[in-house]
Design a protein around this ligand. Structure first.
Ligand SMILES: C[S@@+](CC[C@H](N)C(=O)[O-])C[C@H]1O[C@@H](n2cnc3c(N)ncnc32)[C@H](O)[C@@H]1O
Length: 235
């Protein structure tokens, strides 16, 4: 994925100009985690958090620094982002673990590990095919603690929207609204979009999540019928 391996600066520009509403997504993520932590019994052990496709943690680091975690694992396919993420997070009072890896492989891994209380993923799962996303939901359901949650921030297709129609309207949005990027940076994002992005169609993914044993709750919707945050609870 060239955008993340060779053109990270273009993705950084998208984040810095808030073109994919990362700030609102990070605020909604913080609000939902604070509310979830406040609902936990005082006697609960501190939660483990696994962040799939953590990137450079540019937006999540302030939240992670103040969460009362037992441990944090940042996993990403692109090895170059892991030292950036570690530097962005800085010193924290819990153990951290940085893993280069693929998120579906992590979820389906047979390694026996403790259940995870907080699974988080932002703008990464949409790189999986529909079949892989369904497999991810099933595998993640087996990794989550009974009192845990999956926070999934991402781009999603509208109900009934085809992948071609989604890519076409997102491409138009980039050309129309992303003037802060150079034409070359826009081209790089559009190439990535048309090659790697396969956002879930909302109706289908909600049904697949239910079949995998999740309750699906939409927590936040961006302004463009694409970016959104869902909370999935094991049932
Ligand atoms: C759009 S960036 C998002 C980074 C960060 N979560 C954020 O919200 O800014 C996507 C990240 O997911 C990683 N990624 C994409 N597909 C992945 C996969 N199948 N497994 C693990 N990481 C993946 C990329 O390397 C990249 O760092």
């Amino acid at each position: 994925m060239d955008l993340f391996e060779k053109q990270w600066a273009s993705y950084r520009a998208v984040v810095e100009h808030d073109l994919m509403e990362h700030r609102a997504l990070a605020a909604a993520t913080a609000e939902s985690l604070d509310a979830w932590l406040a609902r936990r019994p005082a006697s609960s052990a501190a939660p483990r958090l696994v962040d799939l496709g953590c990137g450079d943690l540019a937006l999540l680091a302030p939240l992670l620094r103040r969460l009362p975690l037992r441990s944090y694992t940042g996993l990403d396919l692109t090895p170059a982002v892991l030292p950036l993420a570690e530097a962005a997070l800085g010193p924290v009072p819990y153990p951290t673990d940085w893993q280069q890896g693929e998120l579906l492989a992590w979820a389906t891994s047979e390694r026996t590990t403790e259940p995870v209380q907080i699974l988080h993923s932002a703008f990464a799962v949409h790189h999986l095919s529909d079949e892989q996303k369904a497999a991810f939901l099933g595998a993640a359901r087996r990794r989550i603690a009974s009192d845990g949650l999956l926070l999934w921030g991402d781009v999603f297709r509208e109900p009934g929207e085809s992948l071609d129609d989604y890519r076409q309207r997102y491409r138009q949005r980039i050309r129309r609204d992303w003037g802060e990027l150079t034409r070359q940076q826009q081209d790089q994002v559009i190439d990535h979009l048309c090659t790697f992005d396969m956002p879930a169609e909302r109706g289908r993914i909600e049904a697949e999540a239910a079949a995998a044993g999740w309750q699906w709750i939409w927590l936040w919707q961006g302004q463009h019928r694409a970016e959104a945050l869902a909370m999935l609870l094991p049932v």
